[in-house]
Design a protein around this ligand. Structure first.
Ligand SMILES: Cc1cc2ncn([C@H]3O[C@H](COP(=O)(O)O)[C@@H](O)[C@H]3O)c2cc1C
Ligand SMILES: O=C(O)c1cccnc1
Length: 375
């Protein structure tokens, strides 16, 4: 396996930096003057401050228009019986996305986001699918229990493809990126990535995906364990060995959509755009992105908390707090889309809400005498 650097990846990582402290301070100070009790917007107060630090301006740009990219790919580990669904469903759902018939399309229509479907590794040909972005690296990964899921060259190409999709969507006007995924068996690859990056044992991070019985769940945990053992990824992660180590983990047990999503996150962070993460697949990809460029996490907003157990461990590891918890376990970008209006509303507050001075609203009393409130 060769691990030469890739110029697209290097360039994106080089563009990702620390937050703009002055913009964050300005956002905090402005927020303190708005016509509401301090702290009254709860978690939605810290978010625009963070996005001001990301953008380097106060207020940060409104995160609209928004674009969800659904990265689709198949998985060699499907052969281990980890999902009740046939592999063909990946390609069939891609056709459904393109025809506008999936949940991601309904939620995107609801919140006014565009849907871009990217084939990074679907097993079926899909040459005739209208509107599909063709970035196929290979027709599915290899089985991670038998060897690395991807070669070094493949993983780099998939990460670079994700970076380029982020760039292209931004060039077309998107000011907020949302992650989406489709790939039967990808919750198995997600669990393996999460175990490898967090050091948690397979039984803690392996869930029931699309809905599997106890026997299949037990087998899935053993498949994840076998893959981790095979690739020397058990136990606590070792000291950071940099980009190469992160790419090696992705190549060993990841999927093409995970690698592309990691690139998509890096690409968004490099452009200083917020990236709203969907569920467990996006979370696993974000762990990889965080290893490649720790500051990339500052661009990430955890849209929702997935019902998959590995997802909570992931957001904790990343230091992110999901905006909504509806026990969703679908993927496609659905949880990210539902969270989008919260992100947009939180930023709009800094643009549009009046200050105490401008609206002539009295400030909070500082002293109280005999029940009388005086300033
Ligand atoms: C009809 C259908 C639509 C989906 N949309 C997203 N997923 C989700 O479920 C899959 C992962 O679950 P597992 O690891 O258990 O196979 C992924 O394709 C994910 O995007 C779907 C799954 C199905 C069956
Ligand atoms: O968390 C997710 O995104 C998820 C969970 C189960 C199946 N597919 C996706």
């Amino acid at each position: 396996m060769t691990w030469e650097s890739d110029p697209t990846i290097e360039e994106a990582i080089a563009a990702i930096g620390p937050p703009d402290e002055a913009a964050m301070r300005a956002a905090r100070e402005h927020q303190a003057r708005l016509t509401k009790p301090p702290g009254a917007l709860g978690l939605l107060e810290g978010l625009p401050v963070r996005l001001a630090g990301l953008a380097g301006t106060c207020p940060p740009p409104l995160p609209e228009p928004a674009a969800v990219a659904v990265f689709a790919a198949d998985h060699g580990v499907h052969a281990q019986g980890v999902s009740p669904w046939p592999q063909e469903v990946t390609a069939q759902m891609v056709a459904n996305f393109l025809a506008g018939g999936a949940v991601v399309n309904a939620f995107a229509a609801q919140v006014g986001a565009t849907v871009t479907v990217v084939d990074v590794g679907v097993a079926a040909d899909l040459a005739d699918a209208p509107g599909l972005l063709r970035r196929k690296i290979a027709p599915g990964t290899a089985d991670m229990t038998a060897g690395p899921a991807m070669t070094g060259d493949q993983v780099r190409r998939a990460v670079a493809a994700g970076i380029e999709v982020a760039r292209d969507l931004a060039a077309a006007g998107a000011r907020c990126l949302l992650t989406g995924d489709m790939g039967i068996a990808n919750t198995t690859a997600s669990a393996a990535l999460i175990a490898a990056f967090t050091g948690l044992p397979p039984e803690r991070v392996t869930g029931r995906g699309t809905g599997i019985d106890d026997a299949t769940h037990a087998r899935k945990i053993e498949v994840v364990r076998a893959a981790l053992v095979r690739h020397g990824l058990t136990g606590p992660p070792g000291p950071r060995e940099g980009r190469e180590a992160a790419l090696r983990v992705l190549a060993a047990v990841g999927g093409f959509e995970h690698a592309a999503l990691a690139g998509f996150i890096l690409g968004g962070a490099a452009l200083r755009l917020p990236v709203v993460l969907d569920g467990v697949i996006a979370g696993a990809a974000a762990l990889a992105a965080a290893e490649l460029a720790p500051d990339a996490v500052r661009a990430c907003v955890a849209g929702h908390r997935s019902a998959e157990p590995g997802h909570s461990a992931t957001v904790d590891h990343l230091g992110l707090r999901p905006l909504i918890d509806l026990e969703l376990r679908l993927g496609e970008g659905t949880g990210a889309l539902l969270a989008l209006p919260l992100v947009q509303g939180a930023v709009r507050v800094l643009h549009e809400v009046a200050t105490f001075d401008s609206a002539g609203v009295s400030g909070k009393a500082t002293t109280q005498h005999h029940g009388m409130i005086t300033e």
